[in-house]
Write a protein that binds this ligand. Structure first.
Ligand code: NAD
Length: 509
């Protein structure tokens, strides 16, 4: 029996896959106007399993027109927050009721382990619930100038929001933008990542079942440089919320500049996990293993640089490497799998090139190639390099796979300098039992988000986003509401206010 035959037997292909993936515009599923399609691969066989509509400028124009009409003429922006909230809760209910199917499709399309894909499906439902609750609790400011004025904020949806998302946790990241954009009364055009369009094709049915009016949600599949670019350059799309690579973010920033669009950008990362000698080493090993190998290492907030104080360095590296070798690489649908298959052969090649590079830049202590028994498909062993110098490319560049660099340090100052020594600034994880050090370090580290003695456990109310090359603006909780709304000031005169008369008629004296 050949390897590929073995794989075909073991590989799980979900039942009832769609026979094609279409756009969804103005409440209807439609092909591209020019009929163009692109092939979508599954990361275990790397074979095309479906053709998806390849959107171009004309398809984006059609979608924006539908969204614009729903915004100017439809009920959605004018509904009471409670009415919109009810629909958002229903969306969450429907997502929850289909979490197993969603996870199955997501895991098949992305290669994420099924248990982790299930967690992402539930988080997607929670994103809708969270913004459904927030929008009814929303209060806006009023300012009194005694006897003269009362001034209030009239918060309004902005219009058609363009949402552009990556492939690493597609459905969850789409919900992260759809929740607040819709809760605040905007209409949207979503452009999902071309590697992973499958789970997004479930949104139309979910929204229809929950009672979202037609035209409020529109979906255009396609390449970033075609469909994504046309969305960024469409004059009737005043907002772009983008998650993806920093270099794509820079390009979009430039392309949106002539239109002075509102931009929110969640970009790449190379986040440090800093382990001091006084830390709970066992907990730190568990968390830093999970932090870089969960979601196949395709995680923006991955702690992909581990900085360890020299006193515990050798012990840490040994424990870490031993445990990393036990992390289970396997078929994505197997509930025992901890690391599945990387999303796409192009990405696999990129990650493998860093694995090879790492062999000359660091000391390989675990992994280093394809796992035995997985001769095809995008499988990579959890790979650990120790003694990595701070100017190494594997220390500086985002690999976005199950690959980690470990580097020793002696003093707090050195740890901080190493932590801040990349262009990125998304997350940081600090492990220490010293209270003063923990807070001083957290406040000095150049990262949008810091976790102390903890993994990446989110509180949805807190700001989410990065500094430096990791992002522009923060979303999360009320920051998302602010991004998707205009806060218009209305000033009301109650008494005597400043009102000089220019051009006063001359009077005789
Ligand atoms: P990517 O930048 O290649 O693509 C992201 C999206 O942008 C895709 O939908 C793509 O089609 C589109 N796109 C590409 N070129 C475009 C253009 N010229 N105009 C408009 N749209 C365009 O990113 P990716 O490879 O899909 O995702 C991985 C990256 O995303 C990593 O760098 C990761 O760190 C980052 N990420 C960041 C966060 C965060 O919250 N900070 C979360 C998840 C992923």
């Amino acid at each position: 029996m050949t390897d590929s035959t073995t794989l075909t037997v073991e590989r799980h292909v979900p039942a009832d896959l769609p026979d094609r993936i279409l756009h969804y515009i103005g409440g209807e599923s439609v092909p591209s106007l020019d009929g163009d399609t692109f092939g979508v691969l599954d990361p275990v066989s790397n074979e095309v399993y479906v053709e998806a509509a390849a959107g171009k400028k004309a398809d984006i124009e059609r979608a924006v027109e539908a969204a614009r009409t729903a915004f100017t003429e439809g009920p959605w922006p004018r509904m009471l927050p409670r009415e919109r909230s009810r629909i958002l809760h229903r969306i969450a209910d429907v997502v929850e009721s289909r979490d197993a199917r969603l996870a199955e499709l997501e895991s098949f399309d992305t290669g994420l382990p099924i248990t982790q894909a299930l967690g992402q499906a539930r988080r997607a439902a929670e994103n809708f619930r969270f913004f459904a609750d927030l929008i009814v609790a929303q209060a806006d400011d009023t300012y009194k100038v005694p006897g003269r004025q009362i001034n209030y904020v009239n918060r309004k949806p902005i219009g058609v929001a363009g949402l552009i998302t990556p492939w690493n946790t597609p459905f969850m990241l789409e919900s992260w933008k759809l929740g607040p954009a819709l809760a605040t009364g905007n209409t949207v055009v979503l452009k999902p990542a071309e590697f992973t369009p499958l789970s997004a094709s479930l949104w139309p049915e979910i929204f229809e079942e929950a009672g979202l009016p037609a035209g409020v949600f529109n979906l255009v599949n396609g390449m970033g440089e075609d469909a994504g670019d046309a969305l960024v350059k469409h004059p009737d799309v005043p907002l772009i919320s983008f998650t993806g690579e920093s270099s794509t973010g820079q390009l979009i920033f430039g392309n949106a500049a002539p239109y002075l669009k509102g931009l929110s950008m969640e970009l790449g990362g190379k986040s440090p996990a800093v382990v001091f000698a006084d830390a709970d080493i066992e907990a730190a090993v568990d968390a830093t293993i999970f932090g870089v190998f969960s979601l196949n290492g395709e995680r923006c907030t991955a702690g992909s640089r581990i900085l360890v104080q020299r006193d515990v360095y050798d012990e840490f590296v040994e424990r870490y490497a031993t445990q990393a070798k036990r992390v289970r690489v396997g078929l994505p649908h197997d509930p025992a799998t901890e690391v599945g298959a990387l999303v796409h052969p192009e990405h696999f090649e990129k990650v493998m090139s860093y694995v090879e590079l790492g062999k000359s830049e660091g000391r390989l202590v675990a992994g280093g190639g394809r796992p035995a028994g997985h001769e095809t498909g995008n499988f990579v062993e959890p790979t650990v390099f120790a003694d990595v110098a701070p100017d190494a490319r594997i220390f500086q560049e985002e690999i976005f796979g199950p690959v980690v660099a470990i580097t020793p340090f002696d003093t707090d100052e050195e740890a901080l300098a190493l932590a801040n020594n990349t262009k990125y600034g998304l997350a940081a994880y600090i492990w220490t039992n010293d209270l003063k050090r923990a807070h001083n370090f957290s406040q000095s580290v150049e990262a949008g988000m810091v976790w102390l003695n903890s993994n990446n456990v989110r509180d949805l109310r807190t700001p989410f986003g990065g500094v430096k090359a990791s992002g522009l603006g923060h979303e999360g909780g009320y920051r998302s509401i602010d991004f998707y709304t205009d806060q218009q000031s209305v000033h009301i005169t109650l008494g005597k206010v400043h009102n000089p008369t220019f051009g006063r008629e001359a009077t005789d004296h």
